[in-house]
Design a protein around this ligand. Sequence first.
Ligand code: KMH
Ligand code: ZN
Length: 277
Amino acid sequence: VIVTPPESPLVLTAAIVGAEVTRAHTPYLPITAQELADEAARCRDAGAAVIHLHVRNADGSASQSSELFGEAIARIREKTDVIIQTSTGGAVGMSVEERLGPLACKPEMATLNCGTINFGDDIFVNTRPDIRAIARRIREAGSIAELECYEVGHIHEAIALLKEGLIGEPLHFQFVLGVPGAIMPSEAVIQFMRSQIPAGATWAVAAVGRHQRPMTELAIKLGGHARVGLEDNIYLEKGVLAEGSAPLVARAAAYAKSLGREVVDPDRARVLLGITT
Ligand code: KMH
Ligand code: ZN
């Protein structure tokens, strides 16, 4: 068992909107640029240093439009200093070129999905050539990659990208666990996944649905970082909708503090993540 000192600083990420959740699922989903900015600021106040960002069209459907991202980022910047991590995953079925829209905004951070998985009843396709093309474009945008790993083999693919010179150290892993059709979360899974990452890399857990709370707390206990928010889970408790992502962030932050872990602000997180822009 690998132990990380409990006093190690914690980076909390808020995934405030995603591509799949709709207003029919929860009325608390932010959609417009102003709603996204308001929610980002609320999450920052609750303890989030990073906002994992998707955007939506006015009708609520998922978009990777650089214009919509530009508008959302500008509004967020008016309100708060969070690290903005744009999605390059977008929604299932989008072309790679479409998914790359937000990179025109030169975000500080962008996701790099490291493999294909069954994604519920759909397939989230990330071919090896596509992963490499996206990695190059993230680098060209001057952004740093967060490595989204939905399976153990995705970690090994990320290490291959490092060896090929397509991504730089320190590596930042996000273990996305509990997607129906992919690996389910447990302590053994998290311990094995973290055992596979190179020394000096950071790791976080984003667990889906009912797994979010227990796995967030486990990651925090084990010395990892964590992501919460409506993209992955809309409930605060069974049957009780979270009134946005901020209450989920606040609960994770309170848990971290109860263990003596410092929840870092965005500037501290920039240093920890090696963001120099
Ligand atoms: N919406 C999922 C298909 C990412 O943001 O990079 C992919 C996703 C991952 O959300
Ligand atoms: Zn996402």
